[in-house]
Design a protein. Structure first.
Length: 534
């Protein structure tokens, strides 16, 4: 199967990742057809399908020093909707990771000397190429992550915009002149690139989580080695193809994919190699802590964007329709698999019943579970069966402790990795779904009486990424926005991410900020120069 995939990705002009119609599960079926891994003949039939995409973008080797390098071993990447194998990808180990770091280190010495204007224009070319290939890149995102094509198209543009944004920021890295207390001295502050950055990314935004980090790193003058998530390496590799085409010099953007089995050794290599100066990670808090331990030994700079437990508070004064609209956007994007998705709905007693009723109606009317490539699908599969089991566990724990299922509540008949969009009421703060990030299409509603109570529940956790609340009372808006212990607040708004604004969390949700004018600082060192005897 590996050969089959490789031959086509290099030789054939088109290669569709979308499963052909006969492999797509039908609503109402057991999902068995969808789960059957395609044989050689079936894979060949992909190439004739209507959803074909440029073979140039479909890469399976690692990308180091501007070259595609096959690894000794490969691992399968599967379509989470059908379970079919999409391709066999290079399974790099620690040796390949160290080699990639050395290559990035060598490239750093020339890349840091490239003028800011030139770095800016190369990033801009990369952005332009992403936009020219946006449809194909979106299909790759849907194929490997399962998210609906419309959402993948949204991610693709969001992802490209980070390159555009940082191409602009590259030219605005200013130092300082500081007035001193002695006449014969002058004090200056220079901002310099840190060096090689190791970038470890998750599967839920296979493209945007890379450009948000890499755009800032390259703009600052750093070089990078990217380890994409094992579930979604194709987007990272497609980006490499376009970086190459844009003229980003060899060794500046490197990608070492690996299987889950090798993530530990590759992660350790990337985080302990003495030639690495910076680690930027997005993923679970548990893995973030492991990487922080690695970083401690050689005192590397780190940025961590970890898990959240976003509260979504609806006060009595809220406009209920606006709140329902925000809840839908915040909860069900990527089937609930984003770290800023609302995890706990706290709804004040006076508005509670009307909110729950309207939320349930909106879910039934607007959400459609299906294959991400099918027109009209809003809820794709979860990334794997483990993710489905977690949602199932949160539902059964809540129900066993007295919660009521308003809608949904079980696996979806569409296939193994699908779960029904679920709304629970009568939820209490001791239930698992109130204490742990569900990362799935589950909306649990807790009823509260006072503002103080809502803030206490919202803050009673050791993480703090995003928080949302709906209110029409200006004084309350100020009070609550200031008191929520999170890095990002949505006031009467359920979708808050944008390239211009700082993304990041407090407490155990992470360190540092990405995007915005602050994001580039994560890749810069401040150097003070004291100039004497003037
Ligand atoms: P999830 O459980 O949602 O996959 P993870 O935090 O485990 O979240 O994964 C995010 C990224 O971290 C992925 O690229 C994954 O391969 C990587 N990863 C997982 N475990 C380790 C580890 N021990 N060391 C380095 N990277 C890891």
């Amino acid at each position: 199967m590996a050969t089959c995939f490789r031959l086509r990705s290099f030789g054939a002009p088109r290669f569709p990742l979308a499963p052909p119609r006969h492999l797509r599960p039908r609503p109402g079926c057991s999902g068995l057809t969808a789960r059957a891994a395609p044989g050689r003949a079936q894979l060949r039939s992909y190439a004739r399908g209507p959803a074909g995409l440029s073979a140039e973008l479909l890469r399976t080797d690692s990308f180091v020093g501007g070259r595609w390098l096959p690894a000794a071993a490969t691992f399968p990447v599967t379509d989470p909707a059908s379970g079919a194998t999409l391709g066999m990808v290079a399974d790099c180990g620690a040796a390949e990771a160290h080699a990639a770091v050395r290559t990035a280190y060598e490239a750093f010495h020339s890349w840091r000397g490239v003028s800011a204007k030139e770095r800016s224009s190369l990033l801009r070319k990369w952005y332009d190429l992403m936009m020219q290939n946006k449809d194909d890149l979106a299909k790759i995102i849907t194929a490997e992550s399962g998210k609906p094509l419309a959402e993948a198209q949204g991610e693709m543009v969001y992802s490209a915009l980070f390159l555009e944004w940082f191409s602009e920021e590259a030219r605005r890295v200013y130092g300082d002149i500081i007035p001193t207390s002695s006449k014969d001295r002058r004090a200056l502050v220079l901002k310099q690139p840190l060096g090689v950055a190791s970038i470890i990314t998750p599967w839920n935004f296979p493209s945007a989580m890379i450009t948000r980090k890499v755009g800032a790193a390259l703009a600052a003058g750093c070089t990078v080695v990217v380890k994409p998530a094992e579930d979604t390496p194709f987007s990272a590799l497609a980006l490499a193809q376009l970086a190459n085409q844009a003229g980003i010099p060899p060794g500046v953007y490197n990608v070492v994919p690996c299987s889950r089995a090798k993530a530990k050794e590759v992660g350790e290599a990337l985080c302990t190699d003495p030639l690495v100066s910076k680690i930027s990670f997005t993923g679970s808090t548990a893995t973030g802590k492991i990487l922080l331990h690695h970083a401690a030994n050689s005192v590397k700079r780190v940025s961590m964007e970890l898990g959240g437990l976003a509260p979504f508070i609806v006060f009595d004064s809220a406009n209920v329709d606006q709140a329902v609209k925000g809840a839908m956007a915040s909860k069900f994007r990527n089937a609930g698999q984003t770290c800023v998705c609302a995890n706990r709905f706290l709804v004040q007693r006076g508005i509670h019943d009307s909110f729950v009723k309207k939320f349930a109606e909106a879910m039934k009317t607007n959400l459609r579970v299906g294959n991400g490539f099918e027109e009209g699908t809003t809820q794709g599969p979860l990334i794997n069966e483990k993710a489905v089991e977690k949602v199932e566990k949160h539902v059964s724990d809540a129900v066993s402790k007295g919660a009521t299922i308003v809608t949904g509540g079980k696996r979806h008949q569409y296939g193994r990795n699908f779960f029904e969009p679920t709304l629970l009421s009568n939820v209490t703060k001791d239930m698992l779904c109130s204490r742990e990030e569900t990362f799935g299409p589950l909306a649990p509603v807790i009823k509260f009486d006072t503002e103080e109570e809502a803030i206490a529940i919202a803050n009673a956790t050791d993480v703090g990424l995003a928080g949302y609340f709906y209110s029409q009372d200006p004084a309350q808006i100020w009070r609550v926005a200031e008191k929520l212990e999170v890095g990002m607040v949505g006031v009467n708004e359920g979708m808050i991410s944008s390239v211009e604004c700082p993304f990041g969390g407090v407490k155990q949700s992470g360190l540092g900020r990405e995007g915005s004018k602050y994001g580039i600082d994560e890749y810069l060192e401040v150097k003070y120069v004291c100039y004497g005897s003037v």
